[in-house]
Design a protein around this ligand. Sequence first.
Ligand SMILES: Cc1cc2nc3c(=O)[nH]c(=O)nc-3n(C[C@H](O)[C@H](O)[C@H](O)COP(=O)(O)OP(=O)(O)OC[C@H]3O[C@@H](n4cnc5c(N)ncnc54)[C@H](O)[C@@H]3O)c2cc1C
Length: 556
Amino acid sequence: MTGVHDLLAELPRPAGRIPTASPAWTDETDVIIVGTGAAGLAATVRLLDAGRRVTVITKAEPGDGSTAWAQGGMAAVIDTDDTATSHIEDTLVAGAGLCEPGAVTELVNAAPATIRRLIDLGAHFDLDRDGRIALGLEGGHHARRIVHAGGDASGAEVARTLAAAVATRADSAPAGDFRVRTHSTVVDLLTDDRGVTGVRLIDQDGTIGELVGSAVVLATGGIGQAWDTTTNPATATGDGLALALRAGAVLRDVEFTQFHPTALAVPEAFRRPGDRGVLISEAVRGEGAVLVDRHGELIMKGRHPLADLAPRDVVAAAIHEHLMTTGDDHLFLDGTHLGERVWREHFPSILMLCRARGVDPINEPIPIRPAEHYSCGGVLATLDGSTSLPGLYAVGETASTGVQGANRLASNSLTEALIAGDRVGCRLAARIPDTPRSTSTNEGRGYAVAAEHRDTIGAAMSAGAGILRDEAGLSVLLKSLDGLPVGDHARSAADVETTNLHTVGVVVAAAAMHRTESRGCHRRSDHPKPLRRWERHSLIRLGPEGLAITTRQKGS
Ligand SMILES: Cc1cc2nc3c(=O)[nH]c(=O)nc-3n(C[C@H](O)[C@H](O)[C@H](O)COP(=O)(O)OP(=O)(O)OC[C@H]3O[C@@H](n4cnc5c(N)ncnc54)[C@H](O)[C@@H]3O)c2cc1C
């Protein structure tokens, strides 16, 4: 019989680099920011304030990441009845033994000032009747501490505020000091033996360029597009994880994938490339919507004392089990009895997003299924962005700072992205690292996975690395990822993304196979309990011999 160690010894080898045509242009700057979500924009504001030369790169347009889609809000201790101790405790409980308490304390202490700074930059948050910031309550929090805007449009307000702050500062920057490269995808990091020295990128016409800088900040967001249903936008293809891995950086705890129980199962006729789901927030169930099957039977009744309002992972597992048992493709979230006023006033964004995909929640139950929502692990980094490689920084969802542990507490992620972005910006504003300005790429074995295989990866990941995992399913997944045909170079940004999705698939499956326990949002049906000996981080690195997985004691 094959043991887990044999399976791990034969892991597929992710691309060591992505070969492309030769660069048609080169340029240089001080700091390169990859990503224009909360983390990337927060860093950019600080760098522009300090007069640094900055180039910001984004795959589509500013605001194309998860940030603008956030429906809940940002967690911060603002209410006089709330305490930092309580926010810390709630975060540690959600993190199921794998949070780094130091990072959590830093986040909680910095959060209120981060909200004040956003207000100073022009953010308009929802207010209560007395004109104070209205504070929401979300699952896992023992106090009202969720700052929100426009009902369910908090992320859009954060994105608008930061984009406006960048635009104002850009107007007064000396010509050529500030550049934004839209519709450009970073393919690989440039490295030499002392660290990261820049990026190679591809634009929408397939033209390759190279940009050299003293610091590269990865603020590339999530990995959701690796699954066939996700709440994440089309840009969330795990590029930051793959770029860092190929350059030799360490990834941590990537097996901890948070699934959301209720994402719109987009009807086939409305499905567009990259549109793999729409988040239907828990708040809709909070208002009274219920989960039903195709016969209208209640799903959560009798399963948990809180029924439809049971914790996120309990609801997601119940839906998953129902779908597995019945073979159905989706269930329904019935909020037709809430009435038009509630939908329009409380959930205007969800209403609009569903209607744009042919579903009218006022008049019909919403087809839903669980979806990948958030990656708790990522590039090993401190809360001010330092990674294991000189010249490389990682902030926001792509980083693993120890704040999220084995499961993210709701609304801590936007707060983390803002704080880490702000901190790396301040740090690089004060001092640019003295890294060499050479343009070399790493020498690893290069290949590319063509864009036509994207759906195959999504289906394999959902089947093998979904809500409930086991050794047999993970092993099938790893084999199917290993069996994908590869080409000798990437012709388009879509090929680059698909190669990165393949890498994300391999590292998530490998780490999930390695962790023979259930903890936080990593659930194994063949190892259903958390184990004391597994109260450790998992680390992955790509070396000359392929992927190496180790574990490390917390706090070390
Ligand atoms: C639907 C939804 C609702 C959410 N609700 C909440 C909430 O209420 N509260 C909360 O705290 N969190 C929430 N989250 C999570 C939170 O929004 C994200 O974790 C956070 O916004 C991530 O910010 P970021 O700056 O790290 O990345 P993003 O905002 O995702 O930005 C990533 C950026 O990187 C760019 N990029 C990626 N790869 C490349 C590349 N190779 N080259 C160039 N550019 C690249 C993208 O184009 C994009 O600009 C939600 C997430 C989703 C999807």
